[in-house]
Design a protein around this ligand. Structure first.
Ligand code: F6R
Length: 242
């Protein structure tokens, strides 16, 4: 894994956006693997600025998102579809028909997951994937599990910790979805290039565990160490315990 340590969140975001812009400029019809959460917001802001100021062109770009709550409707302002529209898709010239976010309204989630995996393959795989890292080392909604991880896109129960952490965004605990659709580690590994971002002291333990030199399903991010093209871009605070 290549490691780049930046001064702060802004520098991390600018570098990550540069990596994405380079892929888009090299291959107009590339496939972007996208994530939600606080971490990539700065990168999306930079990409929007590159589109507005330098004409970075998303017209032929497709995208695939990592995960979505289940159940949830796309117009719910806590849905990941809403997040993506708000932070990126509504501000660049991407064709929304080419953007894929797992469907939180799918009637048959198992069939949906199989189709989502097939969709990634039909697109020719992901050219560049951005990931955030959970405080417990999760990626997507692949939570640490000593008994193993499900490789492909699947429906998963959220852990009590994740439900509690997410409750701050909902008006009551009852409204927090208890499940999510998520790409698995194998789906993520279909990406030719992966950029994992980490910012702030709160991520320092997770970054240390990821880089500890031991691959384990109790730290799903550690599996990234065996992908051939992964770059960790993290700020000094997130790197402070390595
Ligand atoms: C989001 C996702 C999650 C987040 C992770 C970090 O699509 O899959 O794994 O990347 O929970 O979240 P933030 O960036 O909010 O710290």
């Amino acid at each position: 894994m290549k490691v780049i340590v930046t001064k702060n969140y802004e520098e991390m975001s600018a570098l990550a956006a540069k990596e994405f812009a380079a892929v888009i400029q090299n291959k107009a019809d590339c496939v972007l693997g996208l994530a939600t959460g606080d971490t990539p917001i700065g990168m999306y802001r930079e990409l929007v600025a590159m589109h507005e100021k330098n004409g970075l062109d998303f017209s032929k770009v497709s995208s695939v998102n990592l995960d979505e709550y289940y159940p949830i409707t796309p117009d719910n302002d806590q849905s990941y579809r809403y997040f993506m529209n708000y932070h990126l898709f509504d501000h660049v010239n991407i064709d929304k028909a080419n953007t894929n976010v797992p469907d939180g309204t799918a009637v048959d989630p198992d069939t949906f997951c199989r189709d989502y995996e097939a969709k990634i393959d039909a697109l020719g795989g992901i050219d560049i994937q951005v990931l955030g890292i959970g405080r417990n080392g999760h990626i997507g909604f692949n939570e640490p599990d000593a008994n193993g991880l499900i490789p492909d896109t699947h429906l998963t129960d959220l852990t009590a910790n994740t439900i509690e952490a997410n409750s701050r965004f909902f008006s009551s605990m009852d409204e927090v979805p208890k499940q999510a659709l998520t790409m698995g580690i194998h789906s993520v590994f279909k990406a030719r290039k992966i950029v994992i971002l980490a910012s702030g002291e709160g991520k320092a333990d997770a970054v240390r565990a990821m880089l500890a030199g031991k691959i384990t399903t109790t730290c799903p991010a550690s599996l990234l160490c065996i992908h051939p093209d992964v770059t960790l871009i993290c700020d000094e605070a997130a790197y402070s315990k390595v």
